[in-house]
Design a protein around this ligand. Structure first.
Ligand SMILES: [Zn+2]
Length: 241
């Protein structure tokens, strides 16, 4: 596929071994325009970058080579990994984001993303459960790529994990709140197995992690409350890992 270079200075100069690449992190740019986003990602003062940017027309830019550590994830955890820049490839999708007018991702944009992901998965043998959103690995700070990102469509292309439960079945359990601590603990266990890192003791971090989970797996209602539908989805996902 055609990839245009638009190199950013925002990466660590040391090379990394490609066998340290374990995770793909998907972001949105969250700025007014493509131009503004690109300028920020190559501005040495911003200290942020990513490996790839995909614009609304599906055009792909390379900002940082895979064997270099780009600065896109920040403070983050996933499974046994911490501060994921060193273990990941970051992909930015141009989208104004929640602040400036969050819109659906474009079909062409997603087709390019699927192609890049397939390449990366093959090249670096990335596990299905390690294809995540920025909000999954940093739920206390981040909400991108957000609830409009079509994770199920990606999973249909063998990118990332999904469940096989019927939407009409799941819907019956939406909004039925779970308050007993035994079920909460079960949910936490499932999420930990999937990769989310958090503690039940801190209420605010639990709420934000539930929201991150909902943005990814139950976008119809992102309210931060644990309900039966979320528990059923989490159980199904963790059982199939
Ligand atoms: Zn991000």
């Amino acid at each position: 596929m055609k990839i245009e270079s638009f190199l950013s200075p925002n990466y660590y100069r040391n090379k990394r071994l490609t066998n340290t690449i374990k995770i793909i992190v998907i972001h949105y740019t969250g700025m007014q325009s493509e131009r503004e986003s690109m300028l920020r990602l190559i501005n040495p003062k911003s200290k942020v970058s990513s490996h790839f940017v995909i614009n609304r027309n599906g055009k792909v830019y390379r900002l940082v080579y895979d064997n270099k550590i780009s600065w896109h994830a920040g403070k983050s955890c996933w499974g046994k990994y911490k501060n994921l820049n060193k273990n990941s490839i970051g992909i930015e999708l141009v989208n104004k984001g929640h602040k400036f007018g969050y819109t659906n991702f474009k079909k062409k944009q997603l087709l390019s993303l699927i192609k890049i992901c397939k390449n990366l998965i093959r090249k670096y043998k990335i596990k299905k459960q390690n294809i995540v959103g920025h909000s999954d690995i940093a739920p206390l700070r981040k909400i991108d790529p957000g609830e409009k990102f079509p994770w199920k469509m990606l999973a249909d292309n063998k990118i990332g994990i999904w469940h096989h439960l019927r939407p009409s079945f799941l819907k019956k359990f939406r909004g039925i709140k779970i308050i007993n601590s035994k079920d909460k603990a079960k949910f936490a266990k499932h999420l930990n197995k999937i990769g989310y890192r958090f503690t039940l003791r801190k209420k605010s971090s639990f709420i934000k992690t539930i929201k991150a989970f909902q943005r990814h797996y139950r976008k119809e209602l992102v309210d931060g409350y644990l309900d039966k539908e979320c528990l059923i989805i989490a159980r199904s996902l963790s059982k199939n890992l």
